[in-house]
Design a protein around this ligand. Structure first.
Ligand code: PNW
Length: 485
């Protein structure tokens, strides 16, 4: 199969140029006016949505309040030895009580959109059955406060915090969990879609299913490859059933998508052969999640590789999994460098050398071009209607200076370079409509606890005081200028 036309390949590899006038910097000035259009070599299209993202368990706290039931992350973080320092999300950023002030802070820096997630067990404490209206009311208040501040809410329905009661019944190993998720998703969409236009079913399926094969995330189990393939199938099925339930319950005009951390295949050198290899790799490497959601079938190579461990499925499930989406959300942090190989597969993913530059998480290797290539290849291979970058950001070992500021120039460096590459993609016509920086506040970084900070606001977890970092000022300027210069 030819993924690229000759013309596209030439565009990508030879003359990867948008209209020359747009690209050419104007000597000595950042901007020049022409026919009343601002030509700025570093700007984004008018209406580009600048946002920030967070998730319920990482920021809310109030773990035991107003009828919330426990989730697998409460259980996991309270199990000795599971998280750094024994940290939990019991209090986190206390956003449950402080959301009004935080939304004011968002407004004051010009943030246009906020991506938050809903804690399933706050709304339905046991995962199925009785609805906890107090939990629902909290999200109603959050949405109202966002709208009042002129901030567009983007709502994720599942960001890893499965109700513990459902885990006790098998969690994602049980197909019933998919049905429970769809019921919950429909319920929330019915309640919020009069004011929330954008819903994402799930965040990073590959990350939360990894909790069934490693000890670093909830539920911290060790299942067989066959069981992993089957439970991952249940998760993508839950996504598809969720899409249908949201559409059935939501007001007209509601847009539905997913936030996925696709394997971000990036050609190691920008030549035609490596670009082609990266395009092949993005389909194959995302076989069990993004590819099946886009195409409604598992690639042959994936099923062959698994052999007897392949998931069981039927045709109707496959149609459900591939329910059409209004947008796709991509979480992009790192590159996976690909080069062409003389093998049946046609490509190989290169390992990172030990000395490769990273941010303050061992997995967070730096490769700004990932924010060009991931949306570019996704657009090329699957042609989604719209793309949002639903997460991008960096961890750092931040500390307050004696003057009480945080000079996180590492994070500023990271963001500036990644955004340059996003701008490159958008300028070439890749349909990216917005960007959500992870994260507005330092927060509970899962098994890494509070040690690895991702916020553009520093949080003193003893006092809950928020202090803007230099990166908050950087981002404020990006938003204000709708670009990098
Ligand atoms: C994402 N990796 O997680 C999540 O969506 C957030 O909840 C999280 O806080 C954020 O990124 C920063 O970590 C990831 O190992 C965690 O490649 C780990 C990886 C990727 C994403």
């Amino acid at each position: 199969m030819h993924l690229f036309s000759r013309r596209t390949l030439l565009k990508l590899f030879g003359a990867a140029v948008p209209p020359a006038a747009f690209l050419r910097p104007v000597p000595g000035m950042a901007k020049c006016e022409s026919n009343s259009t601002i030509i700025n070599p570093r700007s984004f299209p008018k209406g580009f949505l600048w946002g920030s993202a967070a998730s319920a368990y990482q920021v809310e706290g109030a773990a035991d309040e107003d009828g919330r039931g426990p989730s697998i992350w409460d259980t996991f973080s309270h199990t000795p030895g599971r998280t750094f320092h024994g940290d939990t999300g019991d209090v986190a950023d206390d956003v449950y009580h402080r959301y009004r002030e935080d939304i004011q802070l968002m407004k004051s820096m010009g943030l246009m959109s906020y991506r938050f997630s809903i804690s399933w067990s706050r709304i339905i404490p046991d995962g199925t059955g009785t609805v906890n209206m107090k939990g629902m009311d909290y999200y109603q208040r959050v949405v109202d406060a966002l709208l009042e501040a002129g901030i567009v809410p983007f709502c994720t329905l599942f960001h890893w915090d499965l109700p513990q009661t459902l885990q006790d019944k098998g969690g994602w190993q049980s197909r019933d969990t998919a049905k429970a998720f769809a019921d919950y998703a429909g319920l929330v969409a019915g309640k919020l879609s009069d004011r929330v236009k954008y819903f994402m079913t799930m965040n990073e399926i590959s990350s939360f299913v990894s909790g069934y094969v490693d000890s670093k995330s909830a539920p911290g189990l060790h299942v067989s490859p066959a069981e992993l393939a089957q439970l991952t199938h249940h998760a993508v099925l839950a996504h598809g059933m969720g899409v249908q339930a949201i559409r059935a319950a939501a007001h007209a005009g509601t847009e539905v998508g997913i936030a996925d951390n696709v394997v971000p295949t990036t050609p190691v050198i920008e030549t035609a052969e490596h670009i082609k290899a990266a395009a092949k790799a993005i389909r194959e490497e995302n076989a069990r999640i993004f590819t099946v959601i886009q195409e409604g079938k598992y690639p042959e190579a994936y099923l062959e590789r698994l052999g007897k461990a392949a998931p069981r499925f039927n045709a109707e499930e496959m149609r459900t999994i591939a329910s059409p989406l209004d947008f796709v959300g991509l979480n992009v942090y790192t590159p996976s460098y690909v080069r062409a190989a003389d093998s049946l597969q046609g490509y190989e993913i290169l390992p990172f050398p030990a000395s490769y530059p990273r941010m303050y998480s061992s997995w967070l290797t730096i490769g700004p071009e990932a924010l060009y290539w991931t949306p570019t290849l996704v657009a090329e291979v699957w042609k989604p209607r719209k793309i949002y970058i639903t997460e991008n950001g960096a961890s750092a070992e931040d500390s307050l200076t004696p003057e009480g500021t945080v000079l996180d120039i590492g994070r500023v460096m990271y963001l500036r370079n990644y955004l340059m590459h996003l701008q490159r993609a958008v300028t070439e016509g890749v349909p990216v409509r917005g960007y959500f920086l992870w994260s507005f506040l330092d927060n509970f970084e899962w098994a890494d606890g509070y040690q690895r900070r991702f916020g553009i606001h520093y949080v003193d977890f003893a006092t809950q005081k928020r202090t803007p970092k230099l990166s908050a000022e950087f981002y404020r300027q990006v938003i204000k200028r709708n670009g990098l210069a």
